[in-house]
Design a protein around this ligand. Structure first.
Ligand code: AMP
Ligand code: GLY
Length: 429
């Protein structure tokens, strides 16, 4: 079967790498892809969120499955458009993708179905938002309700900061239209967990729970990024917690979707805070996580294609966990100096090509120019290793980076990816 993958980041390289191992996949196409994906199949130029352009390419190549990687095409209703033309598409339709697109929509959904989440209020008027903050003395989080590429969330320590955040969003319009409405939430304490399930709306297939590292600095300090590294399985998610998440979160979410008449077929990423009162939903993403997907693909021990097809067609046979290798996987993101602020592109990348099933350098912001591999984005590579235990997997990933077998000018990476999990295994949490 021919498979079309929309997107061009580390997530898409990892999905493509896994799909390329399927004996049922005959050809892979990426739109637009990156230098890494060009080794797995054909990169097609274009904007994955331009439905008409994608449709034109789909009609030309006739894939048996189209997999949507990033969120922007979902928000544009690409699934509805391609399905209307008879294509089999992995990803939720536009209405269901509102769970990620609009935070007020997600929060109202959670409250309506009594699913644990932070207490919140939504505001469309700046004066009302200010009055609300002035009347509270607890720590708050201010969020632009609309899509802001993960940057529209400001976690505040003091009311003064929350007032400044509201001004940035509603007066200065830092996030444009996305900040016309804001969500103000109570600030939750705990550790975060990423739970990804493939679902056809009824049954679900669970990936091992993972943890992302969003801030740029070690010890989770500094500005938020798209994610500086991830690992799985997260020891935080023991079998009791996993069962609690299934019963209190996943099942009620799927029942809520059905009750609201939303047909959800795709991967649902549930961002959780594990608080002293139990798991609470922070956010939904309607796509695979980046960089969580990179370690998950190395862990996965079954063919990805039939799972994606069954999800897209609504024919998942049963609720279960993804078959996974015994062990752990760690992805360390190598970024350009200056990211998530401004950074230079175009540096030559040194990359030893000794990839194998236990160590893969997934490409994100890479391209080929004049026959040379060069940097073309903020997050450049995700060095991902699998080993029989977490400590070993971390060591294997860092070996490549520290030994400069993966290198470019201005390379930056956090040195503490997976330490949270290692501390827990050591009984230090
Ligand atoms: P979101 O995009 O809503 O997941 O928010 C991005 C990040 O902000 C999350 O991964 C958390 O680190 C943090 N965050 C969001 N909401 C809260 C909250 N209610 N309490 C504490 N931290 C939060
Ligand atoms: N890793 C966070 C995200 O994919 O949104």
């Amino acid at each position: 079967m021919k498979v079309f993958l929309l997107g061009g980041g580390g997530r898409e390289h990892a999905l493509g790498w896994k799909l390329a191992q399927s004996d049922k996949v005959t050809e892979l196409y990426f739109l637009p892809g990156n230098a890494g994906t060009s080794e797995l199949g054909l990169n097609i130029e274009g904007n994955p969120a331009d439905a008409e352009a994608v449709l034109q390419k789909a009609e030309e190549y006739k894939p048996g499955l189209i997999v949507v990687g990033p969120e922007a095409p979902l928000f544009e209703g690409i699934v509805d458009r391609l399905e209307a033309e008879g294509f089999c598409v992995f990803g939720p339709n536009r209405k269901a993708a509102m769970l990620e697109q609009e935070k007020t929509f997600a929060k109202e959904f959670l409250n309506r179905h009594e699913i644990p989440t932070a207490f919140f209020k939504a505001f469309s008027e700046v004066a009302a938002a200010r009055r609300y903050i002035e009347g509270r003395d607890s720590a708050l989080v201010v969020k632009a309700s609309g899509p802001a590429s993960g940057k529209g969330v400001i976690v505040c320590d003091a009311p003064q900061e929350a007032l400044a955040a509201v001004d940035q969003m509603m007066v200065e319009r830092k996030f444009g239209k996305a900040g016309e409405q804001v969500v103000i939430e109570e600030r939750l304490e705990g550790e975060e967990l990423s739970v990804l399930v493939l679902t056809d709306g009824e049954r679900f297939v669970e990936f091992p729970a993972s943890q992302d590292h969003k801030p740029i600095g070690e010890g989770d300090t500094g500005q938020n990024t798209g994610g500086m590294g991830a690992y799985a399985p997260a020891p935080l998610a023991d079998s009791a917690l996993k069962e609690r998440i299934r019963n209190q979160i996943i099942r009620p979410v799927l029942a809520g979707l059905t009750k609201d008449g939303l047909q959800y077929r795709g991967v649902l990423y549930i961002g959780l805070m594990i608080t002293p009162d139990g798991p609470k939903v922070l956010e939904f993403n309607c796509r695979f996580g980046d960089p969580e997907t990179q370690p998950l693909m190395l862990l996965m021990d079954e063919d990805l294609l039939p799972l994606l097809l069954d999800t897209a067609k609504g024919t998942l046979a049963q609720t279960r966990s993804v078959a996974a290798r015994q062990g752990s996987s760690v992805c360390v993101v190598a970024a350009s100096q200056g990211y998530p602020g401004s950074y230079q592109k175009g540096f030559e990348i040194i990359l030893d090509k000794a990839d194998n099933e236990n160590l893969v350098c997934f490409h994100a912001g890479t391209t080929v120019k004049d026959g040379k591999l060069i940097t073309s984005g903020g997050r450049v590579l995700g060095v991902t290793a699998f080993a029989s235990d977490l400590r070993e997997a971390k060591m294997r990933a860092y070996e490549r980076l520290v030994g400069k077998r993966v290198y470019f000018e201005g390379i930056y990476f956090r040195g503490d990816i997976a330490d949270k999990g290692i501390r827990r295994l050591d009984g230090k949490v």
